[in-house]
Design a protein around this ligand. Structure first.
Ligand code: Q9C
Ligand code: ZN
Length: 341
């Protein structure tokens, strides 16, 4: 399969993360994507191509316009007040706030970001747009007849909602691609999120819609980011009733436990009979991941890919998390090779 990769990902280059009450070396770093790319090439997965430009229309089909324009101008507004230091919030709106716009960049940041893991830097907007274009280019390839494509997106996207960002994510690459499939004629689209963390942004975006099935296997939100959302009783609402499936698992889950959840996920996806499948491909389920607590091994990822292939619909793989960087390439590419085997 083809891999879509943009060199512009390096523009999102965070040095430190506030983690466990301390500033530590950042986990979501440019080297992640470079190592996945190196393994794609080493393994001979297929051609690596650049992204096309799709503009903002497909982004605005998913995200709130004021939010998108905030992200677009956030660095310049912040720089004018704070200078060229990373833009972090130090305040968030309390529940029942009226959300009246302010003229202060820090207050606007707190309005839109949910945590401290996703600072805005000078190059953030360009990196984010390139990642979206990688996902859309993969979707376009599939619409042209490819059975699968790998959008090597960075920064990741699945924690970004219609009007918020966080968890290293800014715009929701997978959700934008899923909506693009709908707008280009697919009747039903499924999103399978196998990142260790719940795909809260994707769930939220499609929660009241019956045309996009969202399924996520993830660390139980009583223990894990993004907390607050991702519980098993969240099934969708309105027209989206029963088109959201959450499969939370406890810390320490190994592949036998995880694979049983995948059984349920695939059964639901097959019953939905989608025209297209988007896989939010995080490999932070790996046993050595520094911020996660599942126990999957290198070889398990090939099994996952093979099992996803049994659904028998075209699949767009979209890169999400994975922070054990010495293994991220092998684990991600094992899914893709397992799919093709
Ligand atoms: N103590 C992705 O994998 N920090 N995002 C959690 C928990 C945020 C992960 C800290 C983790 C976000 C795309
Ligand atoms: Zn994750």
């Amino acid at each position: 399969m083809k891999t879509i990769f943009s060199a512009e990902h390096v523009l999102q280059d965070v040095k430190s993360e506030f983690y466990g009450g301390k500033w530590v070396d950042a986990f979501e770093i440019p080297r992640r994507a470079e190592l996945v790319l190196a393994e794609v090439k080493r393994a001979g997965l297929g051609p690596v191509i650049a992204q096309d430009s799709f503009g903002l229309a497909p982004v605005l089909a998913v995200h709130d316009a004021a939010f998108v324009h905030f992200l677009e101008g956030a660095w310049e507004a912040w720089k004018a007040e704070a200078g060229t230091i990373p833009a972090y919030p130090n305040i968030w709106p309390p529940r029942r706030s009226r959300m009246i716009p302010t003229v202060r960049p820090g207050a606007e940041l707190g309005r839109y970001v949910v945590d401290m893991s996703s600072p805005i830097l000078e190059g953030t907007w360009n990196a984010v747009r390139a990642a979206v274009d990688c996902a859309l280019t993969g979707a376009k390839l599939i619409n042209q007849g490819e059975t699968a494509a790998f959008a090597l997106c960075r920064p990741p996207g699945h924690h970004a909602g219609r009007d918020y960002f966080g968890g290293y994510c800014f715009l929701n690459n997978a959700a934008i691609a899923a909506q693009y499939f709908r707008d280009q004629g697919a009747s039903r689209v499924a999103v399978l999120d196998i990142d260790y963390h719940h795909g809260n942004g994707t769930q939220d975006i499609f929660y009241d819609r019956g045309d996009v099935l969202t399924v996520s296997i993830h660390g139980d939100p009583v223990q894990e980011y993004p907390y607050y959302i991702g519980f098993a009783d969240e099934i969708g609402e309105g027209a989206g009733q029963r088109t959201n499936l959450n499969l939370p698992l406890p810390w320490g889950s190994d592949y036998s436990v995880w694979n049983a959840a995948l059984d349920q996920a695939l059964e639901r996806i097959r019953a939905f009979a989608p025209d297209r499948l988007v896989v939010s491909l995080g490999v932070d389920t790996f046993k050595d991941d520094p911020i996660s607590h599942f126990r999957l091994k290198e070889q398990d990822y090939a099994q996952i890919g093979a099992r996803i292939a049994t659904v028998g619909v075209p699949v767009l793989f979209v890169m999400e998390g994975g922070y054990a960087i010495e293994a991220i390439g092998v684990n991600a590419v094992n899914v893709l090779r397992g799919f093709e085997a």
